[in-house]
Design a protein around this ligand. Structure first.
Ligand code: TXA
Ligand code: MG
Length: 539
């Protein structure tokens, strides 16, 4: 088949695309998530061609794309009130909702189901093409079935040139992973496939939202699934991928020991890797990871990678979508080379970190208190004292002994001084903490909690496989600090204002514990601990 290439900026080309679709043809269109392989959703013959072009099993239903909310009622049997609230909040955008289907939707489109998935995309070209076609468009991702989804025009051309009537040459997709698919059928709202709209965003509109177990777990043979797409091998490049579940440091050490392999890493790793790599964003930027992941998988193919070790993304926020895609690309192969987790515990002061540590200790974890380490004589050896004296003058020493109050006075007088102090002490504290981590591992500890108020600033997060953040309301924290350090309200408030805001910690967290009510920490921490221990057993 001769595939014509259309330009998204040429209005004539948009009309051509619309006409092809109206007449039952196949056209690849850009969307904000991934490129879609579109056909008239109401035309069974046209829809059947999608399955053929992609090599897709015909029981895997398609998403129907609309360009206006007014098109929804004709396509579905009923619209729950919750759907309207979600539409109001997230449409147009990367959210797909499943409804009982109307007679208008052919079984070819719904994969023989009585339900239909509907999405109102935000991409201008996609909307213009739906309008030009004059019909809702069924569109799966425009890749060959099983391959990584396309996020650029060139990905699409590689897979589908010669298999479709036209491809629209558009921009790279800004979200980079497919839409969030939720079901509204039944009482609970459930995420069947995580995507650009996060669980947290959905919950901000609706309250509690569930996540289908197939999102992060493999589907057993014969198990029935809520979303047929979950059961197929997915997003696979040619390489054999294994996810390395450990800290950034563990990842780099492991990969460098392997030799003949490629790394699918984060930007931060690139300078320490001794093997070829492709990076997919940075550790704490889930959006960037989502945008990059499929492109990175394509690049691994271009490099002809055979064995790939991948950095594990967080499952928090849009990270859940990234993890969901990557774990499928890896065929659920995950390895924790250290057979243990170092957990960085941090959060704004007064949140309840100390209590969380105590509970984690009761649950079997080793605890390393960095505040304590930072005061230990082991850190302030002769060299260290000399460097401090060079930096801050001789008043910080008396009879060769460190005058802590004097040091604090000088060091905290300016930002510059504080940086100087950190540059001298942090590497030494880190070395001591690392020694303690190594000891805890040596005695067989599976979970090691490092309590570090400045986990990120000190760079200690590099040694942590997971980040546990404890936060509490500002009011709670102020009162705790007043009591603990015998301060006035104003003094405590000043101290809090000088620190990083809660959002700084939350955006880097794998697990979040609210410290407002310290009474049931054990109940909330136990599932986290059990989950991690189970992972170790399975890898
Ligand atoms: O972002 C996206 O959603 C992209 C762009 C092109 O819009 N489309 C996309 O479509 O990812 P596709 O076909 O690759 O994935 C659709 C997913 C599949 O996992 C499918 O099983 C699920 O949605 N799905 C569709 N209709 C369903 C239904 N009635 N019930 C349960 N799951 C459904
Ligand atoms: Mg797909």
């Amino acid at each position: 088949m001769n595939t014509i290439i259309l330009d998204e900026n040429n209005p004539q080309d948009i009309q051509t695309a619309g006409k092809l679709l109206h007449d039952g043809g196949l056209v690849v269109i850009p969307t904000e998530t991934v490129y879609g392989l579109a056909a008239d959703a109401l035309n069974p013959t046209a829809v059947s061609k999608i399955f053929e072009a992609k090599g897709r099993p015909n029981d895997n239903p398609l998403i129907v794309h609309i360009s206006d909310l007014s098109q929804l009622p004709a396509l579905v049997k009923e619209i729950p009130e919750s759907a309207l609230r979600l539409a109001d909040a997230f449409w147009p955008g990367p959210l797909t909702m499943i409804f009982p289907k109307s007679e208008l939707i052919p079984y070819e489109t719904s994969g023989k189901l009585e339900t239909v998935a509907i999405r109102f995309p935000s991409n201008k070209t996609a909307l213009a093409v739906i309008n030009a076609a004059g019909t809702p468009l069924a569109a799966p991702s425009a890749n060959l079935s099983g391959k990584p989804s396309p996020t650029t025009f060139s990905h699409v051309k590689d897979d589908l040139n010669g298999r479709v009537d036209a491809i629209i040459n558009g921009k790279d997709c800004e979200v980079g992973v497919e839409s969030t698919v939720i079901t509204l059928v039944g009482d609970t709202i459930k995420i069947l496939r995580p995507g650009g709209i996060t669980k947290h965003q959905l919950e901000s509109v609706l309250g509690h939202v569930e996540v289908d177990s197939a999102v992060v777990n493999p589907v057993a043979k014969g198990q029935t699934v809520s979303s047929p797409g979950m059961k197929y091998m997915h997003y696979s490049p040619k390489a054999d991928i294994t996810i390395i579940d450990g800290s950034p440091f563990d990842f780099v050490s492991f990969v460098n020991q392997q030799g003949d392999c490629h790394a699918l890493c984060f930007e931060e790793d690139t300078s320490s890797l001794g093997v070829p790599f492709v990076s997919y964003g940075t550790r704490y930027d889930g959006e960037k990871q989502a945008q990059r992941l499929f492109s990175a998988l394509h690049e691994l193919d271009e490099k002809n990678a055979k064995t790939v070790y991948a950095r594990i993304p967080s499952k928090n926020g849009v990270g859940l979508a990234v993890y969901n895609r990557l774990v499928r690309a890896a065929g659920f192969q995950i390895c924790n080379p250290e057979h243990c987790y170092v957990i960085g515990l941090t959060g704004p002061s007064g949140s309840g970190k100390t209590t969380v540590c105590q509970v984690m200790n009761q649950l079997g974890a080793a605890i390393i208190d960095c505040d304590e380490v930072s005061k230990s004589p082991a850190v302030y050896d002769k060299d260290c004292l000399q460097e401090l004296q060079n930096a801050f003058g001789s008043t910080i020493l008396k009879d060769g002994k460190l005058q802590r109050k004097e040091l604090a006075k000088i060091a905290f007088a300016s930002d510059d001084n504080r940086k100087k102090l950190n540059a001298i002490t942090h590497p030494r504290i880190l070395a001591k903490v690392w020694e303690m981590i190594t000891q805890a591992k040596a005695v067989g500890k599976k979970l090691i909690v490092v309590d570090a108020p400045t986990l990120f600033e000190s760079g200690l997060d590099e040694k942590c496989a997971r980040i546990l953040v404890v936060t509490a309301k500002e009011e709670t924290r102020i009162h705790r600090i007043m009591q603990r350090d015998n301060l006035t309200f104003e003094e405590a408030e000043l101290r809090i204002k000088a620190q990083k805001p809660p959002s700084f910690y939350l955006s880097r967290a794998d697990h979040i514990i609210s410290g407002d009510d310290g009474s049931n920490f054990a109940k909330r921490l136990t599932p986290i601990v059990n989950g991690l221990l189970q992972n170790i057993d399975h890898t």
